[in-house]
Design a protein around this ligand. Sequence first.
Ligand SMILES: [Mg+2]
Length: 232
Amino acid sequence: MDAVFFDIDDTLYDQSLPFANAVHKVLGDVPGATDSDLYLASRRHSAEVFEAFSRHAFPTDEMYIRRARETMAEFGVRLTDEQALELQHAYASRNDHGTTLSPTMGRVLALVSSRSRAGVISNGREDRQLDKLRSLGIYEWVTPEAVFISDVMGLAKPDPALFRLACSRLHVSPERSVYVGDSLALDVGGSNAAGMTSVWFNRRYPAHTGEPVPDWTVTSETDLLDLLDRLL
Ligand SMILES: [Mg+2]
């Protein structure tokens, strides 16, 4: 394989950690709740609360308070308004806790860059995604020319044109490239359509059958390291 491209959120880093770490910082341990439980509950309540507040142009403290209280109520924890806002503030300053590269993902990137080429294909705003890449410290293994953000490219996942354009910019063929991501629809669907080898990095969801079909599925960083060691 000539190149391995990675998604950012919940692929290069575990997206449950920023929220879970904010909870641990403000409230300590929550018995019976794993980091993934806390994260998935916060995602559900985010969606509900944003929907309820969708006529507002900007997020309000009231919205953040409601989201934090409803999320933690699932685990039998009652928050004061002050605690809810403290949790929001701890979560919003996420660069201090969570968006860091684990030692295993460091080994993954080192392996890829020593045997092949490492790149990033991500949907999102350029400034936010580049901030995350800097705080992850990936530039030890990934050159800036191998980073492709939808905002800059004018194309977004799952459009296979974005994956193909990234390959052509690095002078590699999609057929000899791998894409690793956590989203079946955006990452597996898009890279399959581009003719790449798709790896579904499923950190926390139930197993999946049906379309899109990943070429490979891994459920931990160690499994990802083993798989890429075999593929490259
Ligand atoms: Mg992702």
